[in-house]
Design a protein around this ligand. Sequence first.
Ligand code: UN1
Length: 520
Amino acid sequence: MSTLTATPVSDISEVLQRLGIEQVNSGACTGTQWLNTTGETIDSFSPADGQLIGSIKQATAADYETIIALSQQAFNEWRLVPAPKRGEVVRQIGNALREAKDDLGKLVSYEMGKIYQEGLGEVQEMIDICDFAVGLSRQLNGFTMHSERPRHRMYEQYHPLGIVGVISAFNFPVAVWSWNAMLAMVCGDTVVWKPSSKVMLCAIAVHKIIAGVLRENNVPEGTVCLVAGNSKNVGDNFLADKRVPLISATGSTNVGKRVGRIVGERLGRSLLELGGNNAIIITPDADQEMALRAVVFGAVGTCGQRCTSTRRLIIHESIYEAFKQKLVNAYKHVKIGNPLNPATLVGPLIDKNAVNDFTNAIAEVKKEGGSIVCGGELLSGPGYESGCYVTPCIAEVENHYKIVQHETFAPILYLIKYSTIEQAIHLQNDVPQGLSSAIFSNSMRETERFLAADGSDCGIANVNIGTSGAEIGGAFGGEKETGGGRESGSDSWKIYMRRQTNTINYGTDLPLAQGIKFEI
Ligand code: UN1
């Protein structure tokens, strides 16, 4: 495993200055105005070098009330702005993000720990979803149906829904918000964002970037809001609040179960994007070089902290040993270090708790009978002072191990052997989660078998592409304990709108459906 000495992050204070991040920042914003929050102050430390980046005065329950009340008022206006005009605002937000891409990408990297390239990629996802939403603003189409009754017309239309509550996770501090917020905006909804308490400065920076666009376009104050606070003051209110018809939450399955329960009790809508336990099947005639690159990016990229990270490799027995060797060699060349250093491929984990989860999971693997092939150490010494750097781990296991059935948000890759394609698909599906999956094969029979109704049971199933790095154009989400929600592209927008079926009688008679006679 080769390691790098971290380079000092010399220009980060200039980046913070350009993004408008101060030493102490308000955690609540109504679009262009920042509230004078009085909640508990929380400090944000970089997992890259352990330095304090800035502090946040969190929102209180009273701030939450102010925001929700304003957002309700804003909805009454915003829903009447024609959708293409709402799209025009989103187009300008996309441009503001283009201008801030380097700086925001750097802050994402520094506050969250993913490498700068991935930070840039995350901002690019925001720009892409803006472009997608602009086009969508002219295509919020409903169907027209033929009525069974003469001189009747039937169609459906989609109306704005209301306030959309977005609860985002630390691993995508800005992109997942934009998937929700940009669609919600063109749909005529207002947005209230509760970011992860681990990466609040990224959320604050996003709001500073878009404020100018909101101001110049006279977007009603309250249309796009930030409410950075703890669960007690903000999160729990949010879930139970009938004024928020849709909660879109990204996080662990445990968090998601709670969100689903509380929102479900009031029959609100929830869009859940939760844990994954993503596998790649590698068959005998796979292009192994291609598979290798996909596996390494999927398993160690973002330091194993994507919901789509590759967690399990299901390898055919005839190529198992050879592929394992290639993998171990590749892992040796992966540079671990400061995420802002261009040579780095693996940055730190988000915090020391994540390091504990990593270490505990490895101990569990051993306890259950698995063996560690490489990695699994905590790095220390110059450049690693934050205590969050680990060496990505490869372990040989059996699929039924409790620890393998569980999502550990860290770079641990489990190797599992198979002999028939049926068995490989069974192993791939035999976990509680169902987000992303992939097969590397040049056999049409095998790949089609993998994509068939009795193939992969995941929301995402790829051929000759890894499990992570989905494009925004497709619907993103998964089945089983992943929560069933779909975000981002395709027709995911429909959940952000209120669907209405309209039947119009332009005749002079009143025929009843199903031919029912009811004469008075
Ligand atoms: C997530 O990990 O929460 O497919 C989202 C990917 C990204 C999104 C991941 N486009 O890896």
